[in-house]
Structures are given as structure tokens and as C-alpha cells.
Design a protein around this ligand. Structure first.
Ligand SMILES: [Zn+2]
Length: 243
């Protein structure tokens, strides 16, 4: 995981829309935060190499995980240690809620329950990534192909489980710091499964332990590609994705 989760973390810390996609707006904000001044008149390529130099990585204009790890370290986490109120399941922390609001209504309480049940086990997680529109997915697909950066996905718009509001990715936090790798991801998998979610850690080909999704009942025995095709079809017709 996940370059997009790293980018999401930086976006959250900068108060930006946390979509995990580093476009000009994100780069402008990163530059401004690190340099203390806006990158007036600089083009995106120059902004990127200036930021890379500032955070001490190779200024190759192709920002991947190393660059984003360094940016994430250089930009302090916002002080956002809101406590989960066990008396209500209505809301969790505001970072997670921002992402949860992008999910289908049927998925939202499951994401909240995962946050709450993780907290009960002493594990702090936040929901970092939810719906990506087709346009956002296309922009992500373009990265490393027709736009700067490294390739981060093989899915075009409509070909990711994240394009339908059914899927979300979590981040584990320790002492307020985002942990890209942690055994806690695997510990939480069965908790999500018990909630009725499909967990990416159970996938055979490409394990994705931060990933959870709601599989509609009609899709229980479908392959992922068949599921995606059916979801695209339902979405284009405006029919329910769940019922
Ligand atoms: Zn995912």
C-alpha cells in the first residue's frame, strides 16, 4: 500500500480533499507548506523537483513512494486525536468521516464499526480512501503513463472496486503516526470479515490488507472482473448497486 494512502495522509494533514491523487492542487499545497511561500509561476515539473530537493530525495521528477514517505515525514500530522465516543456509533473521527461520506449508505456503518471495533482492541485505524470517481481513477491510471510519477494502478475508471462506493482502505496509526506496514492490518482482517465485509488480505493473487469492500449478495460467487462488469452496467443504467 500504497502510494495513494501516503498521498491521502499528506492531503489530510494539509486539509485538502483526500483522494490519494497528487494533482497540481496537492503539489501546490505541499510546496507552499514546505517552502513557506506559494510556487508562483513555477510549472508542475519544477514544483515537484523543488519539493524532492527540499525533502532530501533524488530530484528525478518521478515522485513515488520514497518521495511521498519523505514528504509525509516532513509535513507534521495535524493534531486530530478525537476520541471515539463509545456511547454512540453515529460518528468516528472526522478524517474517517470525510471518507466514509463518499461510500454507499449500506457501507458507511460497516466502516464505522470497523474503526470502533479496532479501537476496542487497542488498534487505532482511520478510513483513508473510499470512493474514487471514474475521472479520479483515470487520473490515477494516467500517472506514470501520460502524466508524471510512477505507475500506481492497472485499473482505469470503472475497473477498480473503489469506483462504486463499496470499497475502502484503512490506515493503522501508532502514536498519531500513519503506519504503512503493521501486523495490525492482518489482526483486523477477521474483524472486518465478521462484519460481513470482504477483506483484501484474503485475496489469492494480490493481497491488499488495508482493503475492505462490501460484496453485494448478488455477487457472492462472482469473479472480481465479472463483479466489476456488472457494477459498471448497473451504474450506467442507474440501478441499485446493492439490491
Ligand atoms: Zn482498496
Amino acid at each position: 500500500m500504497a502510494l495513494d494512502a501516503l498521498i491521502t495522509q499528506v492531503q489530510l494533514n494539509l486539509g485538502l480533499t483526500a483522494d490519494g491523487i497528487a494533482g497540481p492542487k496537492t503539489w501546490n499545497a505541499v510546496y507552499t507548506k514546505l517552502m513557506g511561500a506559494a510556487p508562483l509561476g513555477k510549472d508542475l515539473a519544477k514544483i515537484i523537483t523543488d519539493v524532492q530537493t527540499k525533502v532530501g530525495v533524488k530530484a528525478d521528477g518521478a515522485p513515488g513512494p520514497i518521495t511521498w514517505e519523505a514528504i509525509n515525514k516532513a509535513i507534521p500530522a495535524v493534531n486530530n486525536e478525537e476520541q471515539i465516543n463509545p456511547a454512540t456509533t453515529a460518528k468516528v473521527d472526522s478524517r474517517s468521516e470525510n471518507v466514509i461520506s463518499t461510500l454507499l449508505p449500506e457501507v458507511q456503518p460497516l466502516a464505522r464499526q470497523l474503526v470502533i471495533q479496532a479501537a476496542a482492541k487497542g488498534i487505532t485505524i482511520k478510513i483513508l480512501s473510499g470512493l474514487r470517481t471514474y475521472e479520479q481513477q483515470d487520473a490515477l491510471y494516467a500517472q506514470g503513463r501520460t502524466t508524471p510519477g510512477q505507475i500506481v494502478t492497472n485499473a482505469k475508471g470503472g475497473y477498480s472496486n473503489h469506483n462504486f462506493g463499496l470499497a475502502f482502505d484503512i490506515g493503522v496509526f501508532e502514536n498519531g503516526k500513519y503506519m504503512g506496514e503493521s501486523p495490525k492490518y492482518a489482526q483486523l482482517g477477521p474483524v472486518g470479515v465478521a462484519l460481513g465485509l470482504a477483506w483484501g488480505g484474503n485475496w489469492v493473487s494480490l493481497k491488499d490488507t488495508p482493503h475492505y469492500e462490501l460484496r453485494p449478495d448478488w455477487a457472492k460467487n462472482m469473479s472480481n472482473s465479472d463483479l466489476l462488469a456488472a457494477l459498471r452496467d448497473r451504474k450506467s443504467k442507474g440501478t441499485s448497486l446493492i439490491a
